[in-house]
Write a protein that binds this ligand. Structure first.
Ligand SMILES: *Cc1c(COP(=O)(O)O)cnc(C)c1O
Length: 385
């Protein structure tokens, strides 16, 4: 969560650099006026270096990143795209936005995609699988990739919360054929609004670049107004001030995650002697970004009691249980495309619902003081006497 907590002088210097070097806020062109400053381009290049990508594409949001990636992967109307029951509503919105059919897979006790259920959801129409590293815990990418390879279906990792996390030493976002990141104001690093697209196949990435920029191929031998194009597109371009902030934030990514992991472990040890509670499981050899700490209770009633007690102490929760309606497909009866394919949401995804009702998620911040640990303990003591 705490990209915004880490904003400081470094971001201001990067933003000022844009104004002091020529006031060019657009990522393309004005080469003579901008004195060599291309913040979005540099952000893409530093991001690629950090992740070991050949190249990537900055866009306006994590949601548009999902859409741009799917467009570039030629996901067409009527194709089925499988994602998990526990994710932010944006993942399914993007599937609907490209005209595809969202197919919802259950989660397991890691609160991420259940590979067993995934296997059951694959049909001849399945054209993409989107696992999500929810709240910074890696999805079981080895199992998911194995299945995907076996059925020859591409995988897109929704890495909105997994930015900087690893599984068996490998960066999240580098397992699949594609991955997307979010830099909205609540994410690990932030540009206010923003996102990143990675596509392993360089032709697909070229399609993504053109699609997000009205079809522009940015042909180096042509001026932009005479640029070549092969298909229509849209506008999901990131602008220079966002790129500037992103550069400063990216340099802090490792520190942010270390700080979150420290806070997480302090919170975890504070609740370790409450025998009624257990921590969310994660795959072996996970390096989690620790965006939130999820503990499991006996069920919804107890989860709600925990939330009320935490609130009374001035210690909020994050997403679970209070904002489940934005993060659980079993509440999305407003999405007709989802209802048509998966049935009445309130009567579906029972396995996921059962897990999620047991969950309480605590926000994890960079600046943790002992007062918060005391508040946490006091709240839980009131619930578990
Ligand atoms: C935040 C988020 C998104 C969307 O990102 P925005 O930048 O807010 O559009 C997509 N998927 C997941 C899992 C997210 O948490």
């Amino acid at each position: 969560m705490p990209g915004f907590e880490a904003i400081g002088e470094e971001e201001k210097i990067e933003v000022n650099d844009v104004f002091e070097s020529g006031n060019i806020l657009f990522r393309h062109g004005w080469d003579a006026q901008r004195n060599g400053v291309y913040k979005v381009k540099e952000f893409e290049s530093q991001f690629s270096k950090f992740f070991g990508f050949k190249d990537c594409l900055a866009v306006t949001s994590g949601t548009s990143a999902l859409k741009v990636a799917m467009k570039a992967m030629n996901i067409n109307p009527g194709d089925e795209v499988i994602t998990q029951a526990f994710t932010f509503v944006a993942t399914v919105e993007a599937i609907i936005e490209v005209g595809a059919v969202p197919v919802i897979c259950e989660i397991d006790e890691t609160l991420n995609m259940d590979a067993e259920d995934l296997k059951k959801k694959i049909t001849s129409k399945t054209k993409l699988i989107i696992p999500v590293h929810m709240l910074g815990t890696p999805a079981d990418m080895n199992k998911i990739m194995e299945l995907a390879k076996c059925f020859k279906i591409p995988v897109l990792e929704d890495t909105a919360w997994g930015c900087g996390g690893r599984l068996e030493g490998k960066n999240l976002g580098s397992f699949g054929d594609a991955s997307t990141f979010s830099f909205d104001f609540g994410k690990i690093i932030t540009t206010g609004e923003g996102g990143m697209v990675y596509l392993k196949d360089s032709e697909a990435l070229a399609r993504a670049k053109a699609y997000h920029d009205h079809g522009h191929e940015n042909n180096p031998i042509l001026p932009r107004w005479e640029d070549s194009r092969a298909s229509s597109g849209f506008n999901y371009r990131m602008m220079e001030l966002q790129g500037a902030v992103g550069l400063a934030q990216l340099r802090k990514l490792n520190q942010i995650i270390e700080a979150q992991r420290k806070t997480f472990s302090d919170l975890a040890s504070e609740i370790s002697d409450f025998k009624e509670l257990r921590l969310r499981k994660s795959p072996n050899n996970s390096f989690e970004t620790c965006d939130a700490l999820v503990f499991m209770t006996s069920g919804l009633e107890e989860s709600r009691k925990c939330r009320e007690a935490l609130l009374a102490e001035g210690f909020g929760t994050k997403i679970l249980p209070e904002a489940i309606t934005w993060h659980f497909a079993g509440t999305w009866d407003h999405m007709k495309e989802l209802v048509n394919r998966n049935g009445n949401p309130s009567e579906s995804f029972e396995v996921s619902r059962n897990y999620l009702h047991q969950c309480v998620a605590l926000p994890v911040s960079i600046h943790q003081d002992n007062q918060r640990l005391i508040k946490l303990r006091n709240a839980l003591k009131k619930v578990f006497k």
